[in-house]
Design a protein around this ligand. Structure first.
Ligand SMILES: [Zn+2]
Length: 484
């Protein structure tokens, strides 16, 4: 066993124990670490750099769609949360409360925000007076606390980071259009930046956000066959505007409640990147989101500091000049083999190797993380070739993930077949559903599968088949899966 193999063998094989593999990757690649507080993680620099790239790419899109950023308080008075009955009921099991400030007991408890509809609704009531004030299109980047019982880094933690958009509109139609516009924006973001294909659709009423009229969601398939919700967009109707008295004078001088939406995407997306693209050797980051896109490793043979290092450094400088996130590992104490497996584990999309012979020949060796393929290129054309390869890798990861998703959507005609798919292959099961909450609850209790989405397209959702579980008339074709 050589050094590189030894390094790799320290990671549990993905096929052997997926959960263990996941947790090991998170820690060994230094994305996150556990803390003494249960369910609370530290996002380490390597993980935070991924989040910064996600933030940057998503923030650009949110702003291009006309929104602006603001920041609202971390604490929400208990009375605010209680104003929308369904909202408080939905969130109360997981709210953390502040009861003492300094040495004084508070007159009213403060919730650490589990989401910000309540405080934002209160402020909007103050700010919005006329139809001229609409639409209000505000987004906030913030941390959120939800007291979770079972936690896993990035996927479910007591505190997490997200963006939450909160908008107000004059009409129901505009509210609905905004909700769907964001759903489409999220889908494009997931597929372009994260190279993760998603199914977009509406949630069943039992899975909708507490206080929303309708929740739309994006679902991705992890490589263990379980689904992960990537983002949600809620049409809040007038639930919160009535509870918080957010009224405006319309174009006919009559007072109306605004129509609202809210939508969010979280640090969970980092968990999705790990579980969709990772393999037995570790992470595989799509280049557009990778903290480091290219790692240059000078081959340390002989008098390499004099012969190889200047050429390797020049290669990094050139790549950086052309806007590529390149870095060099010129450490003396680690061998090239050790470095190779280290950056494979950390998911760096492309490695550049330069040794004494390469310098003499004016060339470098490029090694792809996604396929393992290697090629030799002249140093003179390094920048162009690297740029082209990064695009190929991005497209290749997307194509692999799409093939996997498509191969793992199966139709079930009856309940036995439905259960069989979930036991043997997992993935999404497409089946007819009667529309009854009780039937959905029974399916969940018996199979651990929930309705992930119902397609938006009426043709796609149309079904003549009876409900897969109860045999009554089917209302819609739904995508079921076991989910994180
Ligand atoms: Zn049914």
């Amino acid at each position: 066993m050589n050094e590189s193999e030894r390094q790799v063998r320290q990671i549990t094989q993905k096929s052997e124990d997926f959960s263990k593999w996941y947790v090991e990757i998170v820690q060994k690649a230094e994305l996150a670490d556990y803390t003494p507080m249960k369910g609370m993680m530290v996002i380490r620099p390597h993980g935070y750099a991924v989040w910064e790239n996600i933030q940057r790419a998503l923030d650009l899109r949110i702003k291009a769609a006309g929104h602006v950023n603001a920041y609202f308080p971390l604490f929400i008075p208990e009375g605010f949360l209680k104003k929308e009955a369904e909202h408080v009921q939905g969130f109360s099991p997981e709210v953390a409360w502040v009861t003492i400030g300094g040495k004084e007991e508070l007159e009213e408890r403060l919730a650490v925000r589990p989401t910000s509809e309540a405080i934002i609704g209160h402020m909007y009531a103050k700010w919005i007076k006329s139809w001229r004030d609409l639409p209000v299109l505000i987004n906030q980047w913030a941390n959120i606390v939800r007291w979770e019982k079972v936690t896993r880094p990035f996927l479910r933690t007591t505190e997490f980071l997200w963006q939450e958009g909160h908008t107000c509109h004059e009409t129901a139609e505009e509210g609905e259009a905004e909700t769907l516009k964001i759903l489409a924006l999220y889908k494009e973001f997931c597929e372009t930046e994260l190279a993760i294909p998603v199914l977009a659709g509406r949630k069943s009423l039992s899975e909708k956000f507490a206080g929303a009229s309708m929740t739309y969601a994006l679902e991705a398939l992890m490589s263990d066959g379980k689904a992960l919700q990537m983002g949600t967009s809620h049409n809040l109707g007038q639930h919160f505007s009535k509870a918080f008295d957010i009224k405006f004078e319309d174009r006919n001088q009559s007072l109306q409640y605004v129509w609202q939406t809210s939508w969010g995407m979280t640090t969970r997306t980092i968990g999705a990147l790990i579980m969709v693209h990772g393999d037995d050797s570790g992470l595989r980051f799509p280049p557009r989101i990778a903290p480091v896109q290219v790692m240059v490793v000078p081959i340390s043979i002989g008098n390499w500091r004099a012969t190889v290092l200047p050429a390797a450094q020049a290669a990094v400088d050139e790549l950086r000049r052309s806007g590529i996130r390149a870095d060099i590992d010129a450490r003396e104490e680690a061998t090239p083999g050790w470095k190779f497996s280290e950056y494979e584990m950390r998911g760096v999309p492309l490695r550049v190797e330069i040794g004494p012979r390469d310098v003499k020949a004016g060339q470098a060796v490029l090694a792809r993380r996604d396929t393992g393929a290697k090629e030799t290129v002249p140093l003179a054309s390094l920048g162009n070739r690297v740029a082209a390869l990064l695009e190929e890798i991005q497209a290749g990861l997307m194509s692999q993930a799409r093939t996997f998703l498509e191969a793992n959507i199966r139709d079930a005609a009856d309940y036995a077949g439905f259960k069989d798919i979930l036991e043997k292959s997992r993935g999404f099961v497409r089946a007819s559903w009667c529309g009854d909450d009780a039937c959905e609850a029974r399916i969940k209790a018996e199979t651990m599968a929930t309705i992930r989405i119902i397609p938006l397209d009426e043709e796609e959702a149309k079904t003549d088949a009876p409900c897969v579980a109860c045999g009554r008339k089917g209302q819609a074709l739904a995508y079921f899966a076991r989910a994180y």
